[in-house]
Design a protein around this ligand. Structure first.
Ligand code: CP
Length: 297
């Protein structure tokens, strides 16, 4: 039995084959409409979600399966004090696969230790979001024609941003160069810079979202400053609007550059970017459906 807790649970070959499957599902959805017939996905979401939850549910329905879950953590028995270990033991009796989002880092990993069914980490605190990474990789591959040797600029909340942590780790298979654009308070954590050093990954840290950074990028990965991760709301107010991408900033960027964002956005991408052909974040969310169908398969 396999779980997906962090992106390196999949080898490079497995990721390549998963992206290939996602693409086959996109081009011929009918061929996969019964793959999960009579199977059930449990969505255990203890944090808010729009895309991850709905795309996992749509993915399971598209594969002919069924979905069960609770509308919010307040109506689950977690609110009575039930542990993750006990919850997953019980959910294993009712479902065939589970997608779990949890504010506590490591909760899906803990669940996987006690589970009799595969556990997919659908985002754990500021730690990892590996299913997002699969759709991010698919989006990068679709827009660049390769995953290899790309310059990826990550902007915004690199400290608490689980999507950038997971993407960084998965890209280690593909010889990337990173620009980390963040203010002092939201720098990429040392453990991920250590990971880059151990894997021979080039990176540059800067506080300036400057034209030279933008114009050398193949992918610009914008992120939201996450109010919910701050214990000091004054600090959040100080840093929340430091990085904003406007259309004119893309004038001299590569014709092939694409703007990604895991969404939701608040103010970090101006709406005047939405109609620029370099904007790809809504298609990226659409790709989540195909990538999650492939993960379930
Ligand atoms: N990208 C992402 O995780 O979005 P949601 O929080 O809406 O699921």
């Amino acid at each position: 039995m396999r779980h997906l807790i962090d992106p390196l649970d999949f080898s490079q070959e497995e990721i390549t084959s998963l992206l290939d499957l996602a693409d086959r599902i996109r081009s011929d959805p009918a061929a996969y409409q019964d793959v999960a017939a009579h199977k059930k996905l449990a969505t255990l979401f203890y944090e808010p979600s729009t895309r991850t939850r709905l795309s996992f549910e749509a993915a399971m329905l598209n594969l002919g399966g069924h979905v069960l879950g609770f509308p919010s953590e307040t109506v689950s028995s977690a609110s009575k004090g039930e542990s993750v270990a006990d919850t997953i033991r019980v959910v294993s009796c009712y479902a065939d696969i589970v997608a779990m989002r949890h504010p506590k880092e490591g909760a899906p990993f803990r669940a996987s230790r006690y589970s009799r069914i595969p556990v997919i980490n659908a985002g754990d605190g500021a730690n990892q979001h590996p299913s997002q990474t699969m759709l991010d990789l698919y989006s990068i591959y679709k827009t660049q024609g390769t995953l290899r040797d790309l310059t990826i600029t990550m902007v915004g909340d690199l400290k608490y941003g689980r999507t950038v942590h997971s993407l960084l780790m998965a890209m280690s298979y593909f010889n990337p160069t990173f620009n980390f654009v963040a203010c002092n308070e939201l720098q990429m954590p040392q453990e991920y810079k250590d990971f880059c050093n151990e894997h021979g990954i080039r990176y540059r840290e800067t506080r300036e979202f400057s034209p030279d950074v933008i114009n050398e990028s193949d992918i610009i990965y914008m992120t939201r400053v996450q109010r919910e991760r701050f214990s000091d709301l004054e600090e959040y107010e100080r840093v929340k609007n430091l990085y904003n991408l406007h259309n004119s900033m893309l004038d001299d960027s590569k014709p092939t550059v694409r703007i990604l964002h895991p969404l939701p956005r608040v103010g970090e991408i101006s709406q005047d970017v939405d109609d620029n052909p370099k904007a790809y974040y809504f298609q990226q969310a659409q790709n989540g459906l195909y990538a999650r169908q492939a993960i379930i398969c």
